[in-house]
Structure formats: C-alpha cells, structure tokens
Write a protein that binds this ligand. Structure first.
Ligand code: PLP
Length: 346
C-alpha cells in the first residue's frame, strides 16, 4: 500500500489551537529509560533534557544513524537493552516492525497527528509512527562553485558533471537512512537499471561515503566538499548558521522521509518508553527541533512548523512507496546490490 501524502498537510504543520496543550505527567514518574536516537546529536540532547526535567525519569541516550540503530536492535534482540528508538528515516523503522523487533502501541496522541504520520503507524500495525517529514535534496558551497566557473546545479543529472569530480559527498546507505532514501528515491524516479547506472556514474564524483546522513551538509558548509547530498532541511541548518551554501530541490523530482519512532520489543522500561512516546508526539516536544536548528515538518498538527522548514508543497515529490522500500526483503536486496555494484566499484 502506498501512502498518499497531502502536500498541503505536509507543508502546513499549522497550529490548530493545540499549542497550549501541555503533557500531564504524573509527579510520581521515575526510573530510567534508554533512548536510541537517530537524529542529530544537537537535537537528541535537548529532547532528553526536556523529558528528564518534566518526568524525573533518567534517560540514557545513544546517537546512531538509522541503519546502524536497526542493526544494533537486531543484534540485541535476544537481550534487548534499548527501550525506545526515536527519530531516523521511516524505512528501517518499518523493517524493524516487519521483523518483529518492535511492539504495537496505539498512543492516545494519534488523533492529533498529520495523516502521513498516522498512515505510517497503520501500515506497520502500529509498531511505528511518524514524528516528522522532510524532502531529500542537496546543497552546494557557493564560493567553491564560483571558483570552478560551473553553472549552479539544479538537477540530479547535474551531479554527474566532470567539474564535480571528487566534489560530491553522500552517506553510505547501509549505515544511513538518508542515503538509503536516496537509493530508493532514484530507483523510483528512474527505474532500477537507470538508477544503478546513475549511482555508478555518480560514484566517480564521490569523495567520501560518510557514516551519518547529515554529515555531507556540514562538509559542504565548511568547504570540505562542494556538494553534499542530504535531506534539504540539513542544508537549511547550515544556511541558518551563515554558511555559504544553497539548497537544491532536484528538478526531476525527489523522495522524502517520514521520520519515525518505535518501542523496542522486550524494552526493560516499557512504561517509561510509552511515556516518552506520548510526550514526543506533543506540540511542545516537537517544537524542540527548530530550537535545535532541525527544520523538519513536525507530525503533530498543533506543532508550529519552523519558518525555515523547506516548503514541501513547492517540492516535486514522488509518491514514495514506503511499504515496498521499507520492507525487509527490498531494503536488504537494494543494499546488497549497492554494495556489489556501487560501493565496491573502483
Ligand atoms: N538527522 C536528521 C536531521 C534527519 O532528518 C535524519 C533523518 O531522519 C537523520 C539525522 C537520519 O540520519 P541518518 O541518515 O544518519 O540515518
């Protein structure tokens, strides 16, 4: 089943008069919680601090990329150590659900969420839920581009240009959910054969496959690379901090993520995991992202979308097939193929 995303709903994140809603936490709440966090460390930390402050629950947090976190949860399945997996792209969360690594939970907050976030929950049997959305793209360093004399890139096809030899950076799709979103996006945009031809040609221009998905945006900002392929909001983070970069929404169209959250099967602190889950879906918790320079579109209809969030209604989005590309068989097959045909290429 495909999720049909209302672009208007995706883009608006409008306040529906729920901004004043506060999450009521029992004063007696206590104990511990282990959170596996797959957004940027800069956003993970204030989330943890806010939750600790409001609940008195001590949080142990580990930050790892989406694919790495899935691998860790799988490795720990016989003896789970984590309670809740917060953030990261939706595909590996869907794979975790299919592989029975996460549990069903219907949060009372569900009816406050955008339709795309609820669809993510429904198609996983409520083993995961959407917490934010963002579109894939790339950013480039304007000063470095000027020194090449090349015109501004605007399309996926521009990244293959000779002038960009060793000047493009993207993460490894095995560790990074962002990069897997790119692989799945290109396959859906171009067809599988053409997409792999494209990625093999792009490989010649790649200077490094990073572990973390957002790292190439930082590298473009500092001039370590001319172009970084990431989610567009990761490029915006750099623009807001004054870096000489421009963010591109590729002309051919692009894919997007439904950043997700799941409770780990066998969670040692199940009650506290549910408290985090409900709290993380409140407007107040979701608005922490913008204050940490993370500009995704939040999933709670009452959370204010950051002003700087890319306007998704103006992005040419594909109808990303989350059920297919979040399935264990397809994700594993595409990653194996990428390793053999792209990652291993000279
Ligand atoms: N950080 C941000 C800001 C994101 O939007 C996402 C996507 O969900 C991630 C990190 C995921 O990172 P990775 O590609 O390293 O799995």
């Amino acid at each position: 089943m495909k999720i049909t995303v209302s672009l208007q709903a995706l883009a608006s994140g409008a306040a529906f008069g729920l901004a004043g809603l506060m999450w009521a936490v029992p004063a007696s709440a206590s104990g511990e919680l282990t959170v596996y966090c797959s957004v940027q460390e800069e956003w993970c930390r204030p989330m943890v601090q806010a939750f600790e402050r409001e609940t008195g629950i001590k949080v142990n947090m580990t930050r790892k990329s989406s694919g790495e976190t899935l691998a860790q949860i799988k490795a720990e399945a016989a003896n789970p150590r984590g309670d809740v997996w917060w953030g990261g792209t939706g595909d590996p969360h869907l794979q975790a659900a299919e592989e029975d690594l996460t549990v069903e939970y219907k949060s009372p907050m569900l009816d406050q969420l955008q339709p795309w976030a609820v669809s993510q929950a429904e198609q996983s049997g409520h083993k995961t839920v959407g917490i934010y959305a963002g579109a894939l793209g790339y950013s480039f360093n304007t000063e470095m581009l000027a020194s090449t004399g090349a015109p501004e890139p605007t399309c996926w096809s521009d990244l293959l240009r000779e002038e960009f030899r060793d000047e493009v950076q993207v993460a490894n799709p095995n560790s990074s959910g962002t990069s897997y979103t790119m692989v799945a996006t290109l396959v859906q945009l171009m067809g599988e054969d053409k997409a792999f031809e494209y990625m093999k040609a792009l490989h010649k221009n790649i200077n490094q496959y990073t572990k973390s998905g957002a790292a190439p945006a930082r590298a473009a900002a500092t001039g370590e690379t001319l172009i970084g392929i990431t989610f567009q909001h990761d490029g915006v983070t750099q623009v807001v901090q004054g870096a000489p970069v421009k963010v591109v929404s590729p002309c051919e169209g692009t894919g997007y993520e439904i950043g997700s959250m799941s409770i780990i099967k066998g969670a040692p602190n199940m009650d506290n995991a549910k408290k985090w889950y409900d709290w993380a879906l409140t407007p107040a918790a979701q608005e922490i992202g913008a204050s940490a320079n993370s500009f995704q579109v939040p999933s709670n209809k009452g959370a204010k979308a950051p002003e700087q969030a890319p306007d998704l209604s103006s992005v040419k989005l594909i109808d990303y097939d989350f059920a297919k590309y979040g399935s264990s068989a397809e994700r594993t097959r595409l990653l194996t193929k990428w390793d053999a045909e792209v990652g291993a290429a000279p």
